[in-house]
Design a protein around this ligand. Sequence first.
Ligand code: 6R9
Length: 638
Amino acid sequence: MSYPYQIRSAEQYQAAYKKSVDHPEEFWSDVASHFQWRKPWDKVLEWDFKKPTIKWFSGAKLNITENCIDRHLEKLGNKPAIIWEPNDPEEYHRVLTYRELYNKVVQFANVLKNNGIRKGDRVCIYMGMVPELAIAVLACARIGAIHSVVFGGFSAQSIADRLQDAKAEFVITCDGAYRGNKEIPLKGVIDDALVQCPFVKRVIVLTRTRTAVSMIKGRDVWWEDEIKKVETQGNPDCAAEEMDAEDMLFILYTSGSTGKPKGVVHTCGGYMVYTNYSFVNVFQYQPGEVFFCTADIGWITGHSYIVYGPLSAGATSLLFEGVPTWPDAGRFWDVVDKHKVNTLYTAPTAIRSLMGFGLGPVEKHDLSSLKVLGTVGEPINEEAWHWYDEHIGKKKCPIVDTWWQTETGGILISNMAGITPGIPSFATLPLPGVQPILVDENGKEVEGNGVSGNLCIKFPWPGMLRTTYGDHERCRQNYFATYDNLYFTGDGCLRDENGNYRITGRVDDVLNVSGHRIGTAEVENAINMHTGVVESAVVGYPHDIKGQGIYAYVIYQGSSDHDDKLVRQDIAQTVARIIGAIAKPDKIQFVSGLPKTRSGKIMRRILRKIAEGETDKLGDTSTLLDPSVVEEIKNGKL
Ligand code: 6R9
């Protein structure tokens, strides 16, 4: 596979960028012409950020799986599409060639059809990181069903919320999942979720851990039995459903500053073109290389850079079931060594946690296959950047710091490996087709260099979200209403003297804990459900490994002789039940009141400063209704 649109020099980057701004339609139709379409588009782009309407390649017909699999069969049929490294290094790894992946995807697509799943149906996928997860995702795409993958760390309640929101009648799961020394009972969690979702018609269960599970007659079926049925039916093929470029490909739920998580919708044509384009250019992928993205497919990073980006480019994508610290803190390096990984794409939180184990675990392994390193999910601090550069990349691998979001579908701001320079803690420059702009609180553009502001994007790119599922107004409100005619990212940003972008973190009430997005409102709602809790306020605070930790101020009026430590644990347990363990507060401080303005708004700015330990820098407190509350909180203990 060759990539005629792969940028190979800084000059080419400048030229491509210029063309993408001056003639965006021509630019993207050139890129798109290198994909397989059943019917070409009538119009490259139609857009209006006010509504918003965003349509790329309208009228075109395609199936993304023909681009991710079928078109590679002739030349890459025997080449590895997926290398799967299991949780336990003693278990055999698996390699699926493009031919094998094809066979498995069409087979499972037939299973989906046999189970009554049709184009447009929503299918919730709740699985561990096994190859069948990628197969399930692709099989949905093959028949035009809309997948909604839910990360294995979310609770039954979170799954139920998502199933209801997406009105999903089908679920694909595993009996259980392995993660380090833990076994997670996925089917059991699904069973709990389904108590609230009687509309779910079918649950397909893959065997992984062989944990005992309940299987309800008429609703639950085993993956393996269904495959056998397809085999005896003797139809080894499954024609790909012809999809409109703007038909939905998937829904992925993500946290915002208000309410429950929203279902970000991506569509077939633009998402395919953009994930492929960004993959090939940012990582400078070359045919035959092994690409290892350590994210879970339950997050957007896994969707775009384990499944769709790499496979549409005919790449070899490594899918890892385990965790970086099990059986020991050298596991990533062991995987890199064992599979001769060329590109490693991970999160700053993982790097920081591994730094803590010193160089011992690194030095045991040969990392000489590495050519490119990447980071994503949160700002990377300079210390972690340098450690990654020196000890993992041995100062010879460019590091790409890739800024993007669930909503953007693919990487928007990043250096390109070896093509444009990396700068520690800077995402650097926008990709071709991406037009960032900084604005002040009033929505006025902040022009020139050496400035900062809120990061917005002023022109559409093919990978952007189209709506939030079932509630288009929410999409408008969230992303397109803050500033006129701009997509608002929710991030603060600095543009240095040379025009390089540095993302400084969220400016809304979204936390970034170990690279995972968590809304403070969501955590507060969960805490408030705990018996005895009157009110709570949640803020982030700097955490050495997680980037941000969760700090909760709680007004509690439970029994008078309660044990603070136990109540803290109980509250954390409630949060784990309602959202998932990833949202458990790191610190809980009991308070008798919260700092509020006279109009009743919680002054989070003050709570944030206290959580950060900067009690002498509270700023203007003159609008406080009751200043004594602040004194109490400042002097309070955890
Ligand atoms: C891909 C992904 C999006 C939020 C985003 C920002 C933060 C992601 C970053 C980064 C600084 C980077 N973020 N990459 N901040 N530098 N390279 O992570 O999507 O889970 O939706 O999170 O993550 O704050 O707004 P998502």
